[in-house]
Design a protein around this ligand. Structure first.
Ligand code: HPA
Ligand code: ZN
Length: 329
């Protein structure tokens, strides 16, 4: 077995995956056509090129607008699991779902989650791929609306909705993680786990990561690459074994970073941080969970033992119960 094939076939979990981005490119374009949603371009070669994170998020928001009917949502859920099993032997996945995007289009919290969970449960039955859901605060929205989102999580409990996260960006293109402290505190009081996108691109900083950890009290960090700019924080989070859900191939697009041994994720791994790898937005970054290993980890120069450790970190950092973790190991 050639090493890239070994990496592709290794059983995997994925902790950082936005539900909308599990759409296939063909379905994204055909649904946009059906509903008359204007994409930045319909040329697949250009559709997936962005100048930066804010530019990518324009395309991402357009894609949320093509998922309208319960069948659009359930079919996307099911087909996305099947594609990931074929592409990279996916065994378990956590999905970021951003209800505030859908609310602005008239789709309510349970109207969104019911079909998504139906589709994912059917895929779990047929393919044995477990899942949990991380409800994401939209950073474009107010701190008050984030609290209301958590109130909805409490009012409509689902066994699979286990955590609160945050994605998108403020209109000022800053992360400003601390402003959602009240929403995070409320989620924690109700037993939810927490994560946050922090320290992803050049407009972010190690301080954003520190605020997510110390002010929001997160159990995990999405991205977090800027942590390396603060040696003390890096050492503290290494000692705490705080999970970082990183996404190698997306950084090539959004930060123009080469995938080599000098990549920030490679440095994070060598620094002893608890790093797992995910796709983030498969369709938008032309990636899948197999390629994050067979191109990302391969090009970082990670050996077989190192790749196995990263796959195990993806189980360790998951927000599921211990029975599910034992099944995955
Ligand atoms: N960063 C911020 N918001 C996002 C991302 C990301 O990488 N992906 C989808 N929404
Ligand atoms: Zn993300």
């Amino acid at each position: 077995l050639a090493y890239p094939d070994y990496l592709r076939l290794l059983p995997k979990t994925e902790l950082h995956c936005h539900f909308v981005s599990t759409l296939s490119a063909a379905r994204l374009i055909s649904l946009a056509d059906r509903y008359g949603v204007e994409l930045p371009t319909t040329d697949p070669d250009e559709l997936f090129d962005y100048s930066d994170l804010a530019d990518f998020l324009v395309a991402f928001r357009a894609a949320t607008d093509v998922l309208r009917s319960p069948d659009d949502l359930a079919t996307t859920a099911y087909d996305g699991v099947r594609a990931a099993v074929i592409a990279g032997n996916l065994r378990y996945r956590e999905y970021g779902v951003n209800p505030q995007y859908f609310a602005t289009r008239g789709i309510g919290y349970t109207e969104l989650l019911d079909p998504v969970i139906d589709g994912l449960r059917a895929a779990e039955r047929d393919l044995g791929v477990g899942f949990r859901i991380v409800v994401a605060i939209n950073r474009r929205e107010s701190a008050r609306s984030a609290v209301e989102l958590v109130e909805q999580m409490v009012r409509h409990p689902y066994a699979e909705v286990v955590a609160l996260g945050q994605d998108d960006l403020t209109p000022e293109n800053t992360e400003d993680p601390g402003r959602f402290a009240e929403a995070y505190a409320l989620a924690k009081r109700h037993g939810f786990k927490t994560t946050a996108h922090a320290g992803e691109t050049a407009t972010a900083s190690a301080e954003d990561v520190r605020i997510a950890v110390d002010v929001l009290g997160v159990d995990r960090i999405d991205h977090g690459y800027r942590v390396l700019d603060d040696a003390e924080l890096t050492a503290r989070l290494r000692d705490r074994h705080l999970p970082f859900a990183t996404t190698p191939l997306s950084t090539r697009v959004l930060s123009k970073w080469e995938l080599d041994a000098d990549h920030r994720i490679a440095h994070m791994i060598r620094a002893g941080l608890n790093v797992s790898v995910s796709t983030d937005d498969g369709v938008f970054f032309r990636t899948d969970i197999g390629r994050e290993y067979s191109e990302g980890l391969l090009d970082f120069g990670i050996d077989a033992a190192g790749a196995q450790a990263i796959a195990l970190a993806g189980i360790d950092g998951a927000f599921c119960d211990d029975d599910e973790k034992a099944r995955l190991r």
